[in-house]
Ligand binder design. Structure first.
Ligand SMILES: *Cc1c(COP(=O)(O)O)cnc(C)c1O
Length: 461
């Protein structure tokens, strides 16, 4: 399996190269050159298997020669052994024909763990056989950083540095980043906001001398391996409701379009998904795109579902590539327009194709809070604000086909919003009940590239 760039001019890469590279050199994103197919019989045979076995069968064709069968099985086993639920991603019914897919049983209580745990193990196997060592640097508004630290801590082929905006993440999120004791992981509290952290990260990748010196690598959400890991739970949940003999619909709380793009991949592989519903908060660029065909940035407005406060949904480019018959030149033009004019218009044909498979809905702050309250009152589920956004939009799209809504984080990760809506303070799961007693280790840094690079050089040595 080869991977090609959505902008058409970067060289095709193997799975391993695409995983370690992240962004293509022409500015595009890597996608498989074709979608592997699973037959009806192959999908039916997934029924009753463990999460790990389904993961192996679904992902195997994408990985090619990068890992042997045995090595890949080992990677998957180690990745999910740390999850706090035997089913890994369990499905629960909340109302007639409506189900919740719980993706928050990983070590940091958000769905980011599902992918990050897997790529931690994949990086480790790939790097140790080549004797290479890399420095992973990431910027986070909360969930991605803690998931990366948990996934890479204690692995000997990587050092990890996560920049977060000082004073602007929740206490649970901060403690998840600052309390791991392994000395290859480092939390950096940057004197600035999330945009500053992202800007410094970009500067660092453009500082080629530093980049080569430390072997800089990225694990942000455009990394293909992260999307791939998320394809698996669409199969496990759909099959448990009767696929391939019965279709399902999914509603996905969406920010960067990574999670819902994974659902689209599952559909392309043959999983019978009837409708894919995009749920956004007040940062609704994707909802407006579906309504009007204009993909137009507006300023980010902070919300109570902060992990979806995003204006540029990077992974949308992967879908646009398919909507335009995989013509890299057309995608490059649209993305240039987005960069210079802050917008582009989908062609009539592309918009029709988009609407053929996707629906969307937008949830205001008040509606989100009401959905958290109603969820508890009517079906006894304490929802995080992101999951509540999904549930609300899903309820507007319920029909004859079973609906599965993704629950992307545990409510204890966003206690203030949950308490405001329900009066209940959501407790952390038992296995991390002592989070507030653990010692914190964090390095404060100025919002300055040279200062951040100096900290990284020193800590690696
Ligand atoms: C990252 C995140 C999302 C958005 O997922 P995308 O793949 O960026 O669309 C939704 N909910 C939570 C809790 C998240 O951490």
């Amino acid at each position: 399996m080869k991977y090609i760039s959505t902008r058409g001019t970067a060289p095709a890469l193997s799975f391993e190269e695409a995983m370690l590279t992240g962004l293509a050199r022409d500015g595009g994103l890597y996608v498989p050159e074709s979608w592997p197919q699973m037959s009806t019989a192959e999908i039916a045979a997934l029924a009753g298997l463990s999460y790990e076995e389904v993961a192996y069968r679904v992902m195997r064709p994408f990985v090619g020669e990068t890992f042997t069968d045995d090595a890949f099985r080992g990677i998957i086993e180690r990745a999910y052994a740390v999850f706090g639920h035997a089913a890994r991603c369990p499905l629960v019914q909340i109302e007639p024909n409506h189900y919740l897919l719980e993706l928050f049983h990983g070590p940091t209580l958000a769905f980011k763990d599902v992918a990050m745990q897997l790529i931690g193990q994949m990086f480790q196997v790939s790097l140790s056989r080549s004797g290479r060592r890399v420095t992973i640097v990431g910027a986070t508004s909360g969930d991605t950083g803690s998931a990366a630290i948990e996934a890479f801590k204690g692995l000997d082929a990587v050092d990890v540095f996560i920049m977060y905006p000082h004073g602007r993440v929740s206490e649970v999120q901060r403690r998840q980043m600052t309390t791991p004791v392994e000395d290859n992981v480092h939390a950096l509290a940057v004197a600035g906001d999330f945009d500053d952290c992202q800007a410094r990260l970009k500067d660092m990748f453009n500082d080629f001398e530093f980049r080569d010196e430390v072997g800089l690598a990225g694990v942000n959400s455009i990394n293909w391996a992260r999307v791939l890991a998320q394809v698996v739970y669409y199969f496990t949940s759909a099959v448990s409701l009767g696929a391939p003999h019965r279709p399902v619909c999914f509603t996905v709380p969406t920010g960067n379009f990574g999670d819902i793009f994974a659902a689209y991949v599952a559909k392309r592989m043959g999983l019978p998904i009837e409708r894919l519903v995009i749920a956004t908060n007040q940062n609704d660029i994707l909802h407006r795109t579906l309504q009007t065909g204009a993909h137009e940035k507006a300023g980010v407005r902070p919300s109570i579902s902060p992990s979806m406060d995003i204006q540029v949904s990077s992974n949308f480019e992967r879908l646009v590539f398919d909507l335009y018959d995989r013509e890299g030149g057309a995608v490059a033009q649209l993305m240039d327009a987005l960069k210079t004019d802050g917008r582009f218009d989908l062609s009539q044909g592309a918009l029709a194709r988009l609407r053929d498979e996707f629906d969307s809905g937008r949830v205001s702050e008040e509606e989100c809070s009401a959905a958290i309250r109603d969820g508890f009152a009517s079906f006894g589920e304490v929802l995080c604000p992101h999951s509540a956004t999904g549930v609300k939009v899903a309820q507007d799209h319920l029909g004859a086909v079973p609906m599965i809504t993704l629950a992307t984080a545990h409510p204890a990760k966003f206690p203030a919003a949950v308490k405001d809506a329900t009066g209940i303070h959501p407790d952390l799961p038992q296995r991390m009940a002592d989070l507030f007693d653990r010692d914190e280790r964090v390095t404060p840094v100025d919002n300055d590239l040279a200062a951040i690079e100096a900290v990284i050089r020193k800590a690696r040595a």
